[in-house]
Design a protein around this ligand. Structure first.
Ligand SMILES: [Zn+2]
Ligand SMILES: [Zn+2]
Length: 123
């Protein structure tokens, strides 16, 4: 079982499923919402149990972003036409048990850091 919370604790989530596709997203939207790079992994939506009042922000036509309306933590990313949901690895309490598999939207990344971990990079 893997579980996490936002900073203020109003929102909690948990899953018994094995998270997949752990990635670091460098896109402009994640940059703006997280203040940097957003690390996430995904599970089937029905495998993620969320409690608390998630504020959903329709960032684009393809996906919505879930955050805590109180502390502002950016916790979830959900594509409208997929049955999976991504959750913030940084919000997990305790070991996540996953390793980052790829960096995505690297072309949008900020100029204030370099990626030097040898993990696959995708534009
Ligand atoms: Zn919160
Ligand atoms: Zn992103």
């Amino acid at each position: 079982m893997l579980s996490g919370t936002c900073l203020c604790g109003d929102i909690t989530f948990r899953t018994a499923a094995t998270p997949k596709g752990a990635s670091m997203c460098h896109c402009g939207q994640c940059r703006k919402m997280s203040g940097g790079v957003w690390a996430s992994a995904h599970v089937k939506e029905h495998d993620l149990e969320i409690s608390g009042n998630v504020t959903w922000f329709e960032a684009s036509e393809i996906a919505k972003r879930g955050l805590c309306g109180r502390c502002g933590a950016f916790l979830f990313w959900k594509a409208h036409d997929e049955d999976t949901i991504s959750f913030a690895l940084g919000a997990v309490d305790g070991p996540t048990g996953v390793k980052i598999e790829k960096h995505i939207f690297v072309r949008d990344k900020g100029d204030f850091y370099d990626i030097a971990d040898g993990v696959e990079q995708r534009d």
